[in-house]
Design a protein around this ligand. Structure first.
Ligand code: CA
Ligand code: CA
Ligand code: CA
Ligand code: CA
Length: 284
């Protein structure tokens, strides 16, 4: 009974694609991208290919949505990307949104199909962009992020953070299409690039700084009074800390968690335990 169970479990694991090494080179990543996105080998990346890939390998909990977390999990595993690159590319493709659906790829471009060489080049350019923008590709402490943020936001080097500094930052770093406005998607993308945070936190900063508007003009902060560097750092620190507290609260429900929550935790432990046992027995 148990041996059958483990054999079936191991076969299931073997059918998966396994994880790549972090060090694989870009061409290999792009090859894998083509392998995954032209499943029927007709030389075109079309919606049916994307649908198969997304449903099979991205939507881990099969709820019909692909969240940023699921996407990053897939890209770090399959293509050996860092979480920073994976997050950035997810946000480029999905316009800063927290999640996407298979249906969102059912667009004219994919109905016609994109020739494999074109798809490969577009994919390459996303990696190139991450690199040429000098996006953060490593863990930073909160103090390091605050220092970076303060430097960016005292562009004119007068030891205060004022409207001119913000205008320069929005114009030069956030407003990617140079239309004089910054959208939430533009903000989120630049924030994760500049500080190595995830999209969840970047969207929170958008909400904190703009009150959750859909878009802001580049001179949005024109009426704000200047802050010293220390005041500015304290303000941004507070945003990080408040978000962390809220996450903690969401991840670790209060002591009086209901029966349903306990069941969820128990289910998670059982699933995790089975996962570990398969991993050990399958030598993965
Ligand atoms: Ca195809
Ligand atoms: Ca999902
Ligand atoms: Ca300044
Ligand atoms: Ca813009």
């Amino acid at each position: 009974m148990f041996s059958t169970f483990f054999v079936l479990g191991c076969l299931h694991y073997a059918a998966g694609q396994g994880c790549s090494q972090l060090s694989i080179d870009l061409n290999k990543k792009l090859d894998l991208g083509i392998e995954d996105n032209d499943v029927n080998l007709d030389g075109n990346v079309s919606f049916s290919d994307i649908k198969h890939d997304t449903e099979e390998y991205y939507d881990y909990n099969h709820d019909g949505k692909v969240t940023e977390k699921e996407w990053v999990r897939r890209w770090t595993c399959r293509y050996g990307d860092t979480q920073y690159v994976a997050t950035y590319i997810y946000l480029v493709i999905n316009r800063g949104l927290e999640s996407t659906t298979v249906a969102s790829f059912d667009i004219p471009m994919f109905r016609t199909g994109i020739p494999v060489p074109v798809f490969r080049e577009v994919n390459r350019q996303r990696y190139v962009e991450f690199s040429t923008k000098n996006c953060v590709d490593r863990y930073l402490t909160l103090d390091e992020k605050l220092e970076l943020n303060a430097n960016v936001n005292d562009f004119n080097n007068d030891s205060t953070v004022n409207a001119d500094d913000f205008l320069h930052d929005l114009q030069n770093n956030y407003d990617r299409d140079n239309d004089g406005n910054v959208t939430e998607a533009e903000w989120v993308l630049q924030w994760v690039c500049a500080y190595g945070d995830d999209g969840y936190f970047a969207r929170y900063t958008w909400s904190e700084f703009t009150g959750g508007r859909q878009t802001i003009p580049n001179n949005f902060f024109a009426g704000d009074t200047a802050n010293t560097i220390a005041q500015h750092k304290a303000k941004v620190r507070k945003i990080y800390e408040t978000f962390a507290e809220e996450q903690k609260e969401a991840d670790c429900p209060a002591k009086n968690a209901g029966h349903g929550q306990k069941e969820n935790v128990q289910s998670f432990i059982v699933v995790a335990a089975v996962h570990v046992v398969f991993a050990v027995f399958c030598h993965i």
